[in-house]
Design a protein around this ligand. Structure first.
Ligand code: GAL
Length: 772
């Protein structure tokens, strides 16, 4: 424990991720999966005082990456290899009271690399809580609320509470549980129980409420179950469990049914990093990601490929997303040398149990995924493990179906070939064939989806992962309708692409195992029995820069880039997945004179779109059949590109794109102008490089400088360029195709944060964010 005696402690706030502060280097052992950022070893230390020695004190970690060990006052509390799991330790026996200092030490070891296929971050990157309770109390994560009977008129609510008596004598207490809606109590029940000395007892209560307000995507109504423990008239413990009331099922013919209504799951896979903020959890940053997804029409989130931070699930409950909650990216067989498979035998049961116990009250969760593309799925061992994991989950929750995000369940020699399973010719993946899964879930192989009912007549379907289209925001190649498969095959190294590591933002580039965005959605849309899909991915993430390697360090898969700026295909989904009027034109209008350019429009709620260049009509286009966009191929003429969408002859929307002049100034647009002065809240400020008329300069890549004054600081900068090596934590960043992002964070003093952005040859601009 040499490091512990070091003098060089640095003061910081949790959650914290040290990898994001490091430099991108080609020989960092995390490699391309980890975005070429450093891992290493870290120690955290904190001192604190506890006054009341009659209480129990425990410490709860929501997630530490990885292999953490914890000591309090020199006493060893334990070890937890899994970097995504939540865990706690009882501190009570080791604490000093009455104004004395206690010291907690945490060792975090992310030095054995690679251990992940994506950017993990390093450190205590999620929240830590010090919990104080009476010796008679509801155990941490000790409640389980279900709604076994739900109708329009009433709902029966079952509340199971695990109550721990840590007194050395038996106790009698009243357990009073009430149901709250909008903070008002609507019903309650109470009963006396006796608890033996040093024992744990599971008690069950039932409450029926009238006219339940159901939880759904559009009305995510939440209730709270509050369990009070009362001894001799004194309230000694109060435990709150947020929950929702809803029914759902996966129907063989109709797909996903929520509260009796069919709902197509329009989902995205999300890795846990928050772009320039790294893995360090910030609730507002997660909320912003979900707001951007909601605006696109997304209603489902897959927590690829690990237990998420609890804040994500709370937000999904509150904002109305269904969730496929995923546990593992590997079982006993490694995907990278030092990954979790090394800890599998010792830890998988405990980790899976703790995951289910922590998450099972969230109404948003509708599927448990016990793994992603697990290698053992091709062996009989995989069936045994799947059965074992399923039994572990079933023991703790019988209300949700279980799946594995499998590889396509047949060994497809060539993923580009349409495959109708013919079990005489192809071998079925043993896990899929075993019948162990409640839902057949597999990644990609969209060619097979339409045949699902024939292939698996007794099991519903979900496309657990789809698409893997590739794009750089704001970069375009012509002709736009040429398909590019990058790389040509998963096992053939990529040697094509562009020298600056860009990829066209027309929906024309994909990986060989995936599809273009439009392709998969057209299939999922067509058949009711296909309950839905999860696009790989909603946001770009750090690591896995397929098809490129160094110097690219983050992904191209996102519908939205790493800075949070939508790529054009975002509007294809918006036009299909929302009711709002959409008319989106691409590309920009800054091309060489005379060049032939493809112009696409994504639109909805209209019969046709007419395109004009400098007032001259280029013709009317209408989507035919199942088309999801229209296109014109026209010679460029600088000036104004204008589109008009019409329904029954009436204008629905008009959109203009102007040829931009020289870069002149900076337009700053915050997502929120007023934020909380709580030391955590964020404002995300979009920076656009504009010409002297205010038009976005669509290819500008100016170096921008950021400075801040007042009651806050800059916590992140990013452009969405997957090959940029400037620090996300720096004060300077090169824009990508006219845009850049700065994130400012409030301190705890009310006032204002002034962010100034400058760049050579550009008019400096300042924006003020109020903090209160
Ligand atoms: C899938 C995998 C994801 C990601 C994706 C990229 O096979 O499940 O984690 O690697 O490919 O296309």
């Amino acid at each position: 424990m040499a490091a512990v005696n070091s003098e060089n402690w640095r003061e910081l706030d949790l959650p914290h991720d040290w990898s994001i502060e490091g430099e991108f280097e080609q020989d960092h052992p995390a490699g391309l999966g980890g975005g070429y950022l450093p891992g290493g070893m870290g120690w955290y230390k904190k001192t604190f005082k506890i006054q009341d020695s009659s209480k129990l004190t425990s410490i709860q970690f929501d997630g530490v990456y990885m292999d953490s060990e914890v000591w309090v006052n020199g006493e060893y509390l334990g070890k937890r290899p899994n970097g995504y799991i939540s865990f706690d330790y009882d501190l009570t026996p080791y604490l000093k009271y009455d104004g004395q200092e206690n010291e907690i030490l945490v060792k975090v070891d992310n030095s054995k690399q690679p251990n992940s296929r994506w950017y993990s971050g390093s450190g205590i990157y999620r929240h830590v809580w010090l919990n104080t309770t009476n010796k008679l109390h509801v155990a941490n994560w000790g409640s389980f609320v279900t709604t076994p009977i739900v109708s329009e008129d009433s709902a029966a609510i079952s509340i199971e509470s695990m109550i721990e008596n840590e007194y050395p004598v038996s106790k009698t207490a009243t357990i009073e549980t009430s149901i709250l809606f909008n903070e008002a109590e609507i019903s309650s029940t109470e009963e006396n129980f006796s608890f033996e000395a040093n024992s744990i007892k599971n008690i069950q209560q039932r409450i029926t409420i009238e006219t339940p307000q159901l939880w759904s995507i559009d009305t995510p109504n939440m209730y709270t179950a509050k369990t009070n423990i009362i001894i001799d008239g004194e309230l000694v413990d109060s435990y709150k469990t947020p929950f929702g009331i809803r029914t759902f099922e996966f129907d063989l013919d109709k797909g996903f049914i929520l509260n009796g209504e069919q709902l197509k799951i329009k989902g995205v896979c999300l890795h846990h990093d928050l772009g320039p903020l790294g893995a360090a959890v910030n609730t507002r940053a997660i909320e912003r990601q979900l707001e951007i997804m909601k605006d696109m029409g997304v209603n489902g989130i897959r927590t690829a490929h690990n237990p998420p931070t609890p804040e994500l699930l709370d937000l999904c409950d509150r904002m109305g997303f269904v969730v496929m909650d995923e546990s593992y990216d590997m079982w006993n067989n490694t995907k990278t040398k030092y990954d979790y498979a090394n800890y599998w035998n010792e830890w998988h049961k405990k980790d899976l149990e703790d995951f289910i116990i922590r998450d099972r009250n969230h109404p948003s969760i509708i599927i448990w995924s016990i793994g992603n593309e697990i290698q053992e799925q091709w062996k009989e061992q995989g069936v045994r493990t799947a059965r074992e994991l399923k039994a572990i989950v079933r023991e703790l929750d019988t209300t949700r179906p279980i799946t594995v995000a499998m590889n396509p369940p047949v060994n497809m020699p060539d993923a580009n070939v349409t495959t109708q399973f013919d079990t005489a010719k192809v071998s079925l993946n043993p896990v899929a064939a075993s019948g162990v899964l409640d839902i057949i879930g597999y990644n990609y192989a969209h060619q097979t989806y339409e045949h699902h009912q024939k292939n698996f007549p007794e099991t519903p379907f979900i496309a657990t992962e789809t698409t893997s289209g590739l794009q750089t925001r704001g970069y375009y190649e012509f002709p736009s309708d040429t398909l590019k498969i990058w790389p040509v095959r998963w096992d053939i190294p990529f040697d094509g692409g562009n020298p600056d590591h860009t990829i066209s933002a027309f929906d024309q580039v994909r990986v060989p195992w995936g599809s273009l965005h439009e392709t998969t959605w057209k299939i999922i849309k067509k058949h009711d029995f296909l309950s839905g899909m999860f696009i790989w991915t909603g946001f770009d993430y750090i690591g896995e820069p397929t098809p490129y390697t160094w110097p690219s360090r983050s992904s191209y898969f996102g519908v939205v880039d790493l800075a949070g700026f939508p790529k054009d295909v975002y509007y294809m989904y918006q036009s299909e997945w929302t009711d709002k009027d959409v008319l989106h034109l691409l590309p920009h209008w800054n091309w060489e004179n005379g060049q032939s350019v493809d112009v696409w429009a994504y639109y909805n709620n209209a019969d046709e779109v007419e395109l004009f260049v400098n007032g001259k009509s280029q013709g009317i286009r209408k989507k035919q059949g199942d088309e999801l966009h229209v296109m014109w191929r026209i010679p460029i003429e600088a000036g104004t590109l204008k589109a008009v969408s019409r329904k029954a002859g009436k204008i629905v929307l008009e959109k203009e794109v102007h040829t931009a002049g020289e870069a002149f100034g900076l337009k700053l647009t915050p997502d929120r102008e007023t934020i909380n002065a709580d030391g955590k809240d964020l404002s995300f400020i979009k920076v656009e490089i504009v010409d002297d008329k205010g038009n976005l300069v669509p290819r500008a890549k100016n170096q921008l400088n950021f400075s801040v004054e007042g009651e806050g600081k800059i916590v992140g900068v990013a452009s969405g360029d997957p090959a940029n090596h400037e620090s996300f934590k720096g004060k300077t960043h090169k824009a990508l195709n006219g845009k850049c992002l700065a994130i400012v964070q409030a301190n705890k003093n009310a006032g204002a944060i002034e962010l100034t952005v400058s760049g050579e040859g550009l008019k400096t601009n300042t924006i003020s964010i109020t903090t209160k």
